[in-house]
Ligand binder design. Structure first.
Ligand code: AMP
Ligand code: TRP
Length: 388
């Protein structure tokens, strides 16, 4: 049962047409909507960090645990997205395993959610082709992901030949450019109603919505479901080394992020050297004290049920007399307390035999394949791509 504040928030959400939605009271639940289909994906690019955990994996587990019996949940290791940049096959195989183990470690349960690798369900790639025939090149060229992966400025243009000649920048590949179309296919294939992600994915979700609307308009039928985005309250966990940038797997500085498998010692070491400032005491102000505020935010996200906001947490636990050393100690202890179980479950999942893990993944992929094949058949038939 939800508190009155949570219930009010849920009603407001249900009656509005908001596309991006953060439930302020219950944080993750939209469970007054019947028959939800919740889908999300994560790339297998190494052990997840705190941003992935707080911004995606933990909200997924909370959604799963609060799900109604008529909800369907699917979480995918999006390995076809991972190959939009160069991958070593041996490492990719290892990272797929680590991501599957991370799913289990954060509490995702194959009995409650379909946990599968994207490349095990061929319909994703097939629907992507279909959607490519409706996706606007102009819209795709404004997307930021291919630019950031190629370290290009936000005004870069794919048709500008100097883009691909830029020193050290690999030539723009079609797969990287059309990455959001594959993401739209992932989502639309399952008639997804809700997609829980971090803030950086909002642009891709808007693209998927518009693609669904265009497609439906073309065929005069509600074949595709424009999904709603659920942005996690921890929408942007920042780098420990450069707190004005988001925490990211691709940052070469390993001290910029905490992994969900980091030991107590590693957590303390990384938090100890996290960039803060030379202002005395502990106060919360994201603009003037990004480093300190990021640490407070992280602590708050682990204790959302105890404090109304990061400001409240600061007021209740710290003050102008508190040293940054004490703040860092408390933050490191909080992270370690909360990650201990995750770390242990990760290591027991990784010690599972290869056969046991692949059987589990295949069984889930069978369930995903059944749903995907049936939905794709309807879509193709409506388009004239079928015999009946
Ligand atoms: P990726 O690692 O880019 O595949 O992201 C997987 C999920 O984690 C997506 O939902 C992202 O929005 C989320 N995510 C990644 N980095 C962060 C971050 N620093 N803060 C919050 N969420 C994040
Ligand atoms: N693009 C997402 C990321 O980089 C991963 C992703 C792929 C995804 N397909 C998706 C997320 C579908 C949500 C829904 O994090």
């Amino acid at each position: 049962m939800f508190s009155p504040t949570a219930t009010r928030a849920l009603r407001r959400a249900a009656s509005s047409n908001t596309k991006h939605y953060i439930c302020p009271a219950c944080k993750y639940s939209t469970s007054n909507t019947p028959n939800r289909v919740i889908f999300s994906g994560i790339q297998p690019t190494g052990v997840p960090h705190l941003g992935n955990y707080l911004g995606a994996l933990r909200p997924w587990a909370k959604l799963q645990d609060g799900a109604a019996t008529d909800d369907r949940l699917l979480f995918s290791i999006v390995d076809l997205h991972a190959i939009t940049i160069k991958q070593d096959p041996r490492l990719l195989r290892q990272w797929r395993k680590e991501m599957f183990a991370s799913f289990l470690a954060v509490g995702l349960d194959p009995k409650k959610s379909i946990l599968f690798a994207q490349s095990d369900v061929p319909a994703h790639a097939e629907l992507m082709w279909i959607l490519s025939c409706f996706a606007s090149m102009g819209y795709l060229s404004r997307m930021t992901q291919w630019k950031s992966k190629m370290s290009l400025p936000s005004n870069a243009n794919p048709f500008d030949t100097s883009t691909s000649k830029k020193k050290d920048a690999p030539a723009l590949k079609l797969g990287l450019f059309s990455y959001p179309v594959l993401q739209a296919a992932d989502i639309l294939l399952y008639k997804t109603t809700h997609v829980p992600v971090g803030e950086d994915q909002a642009q891709h979700l808007e693209f998927a919505r518009e693609l669904a609307i265009t497609f439906n308009h073309t065929f005069g039928a509600d074949l595709l479901v424009p999904p709603q985005t659920i942005i996690s309250p921890a929408k942007r966990v920042m780098s420990l080394a450069e707190p004005t940038k988001k925490m990211s797997k691709s940052d070469p500085d390993v001290k910029s992020r905490i992994l969900i498998t980091d030991t107590k010692e590693e957590i303390h070491k990384k938090i100890k050297v996290a960039l803060t400032d030379s202002i005395q005491g502990v106060s919360y102000d994201r603009d003037s004290r990004p480093g300190v505020s990021n640490l407070i935010d992280i602590m708050y996200h682990f204790q959302e049920e105890h404090f109304a906001s990061p400001e409240q947490l600061t007021k209740d636990l710290f003050g102008p007399e508190t040293s940054l050393k004490v703040l860092k100690e408390k933050v490191a202890n909080t992270i370690d307390d909360h990650l201990r179980d995750v770390r242990e479950r990760f290591s027991s999942a990784m010690s599972m035999g290869d056969v046991e893990m692949s059987d589990m993944a295949r069984e889930s992929a069978d369930a995903a394949n059944q749903l995907a094949t049936s939905n794709l058949k309807t879509i193709k038939s409506q388009m004239g791509l079928g015999w009946d």
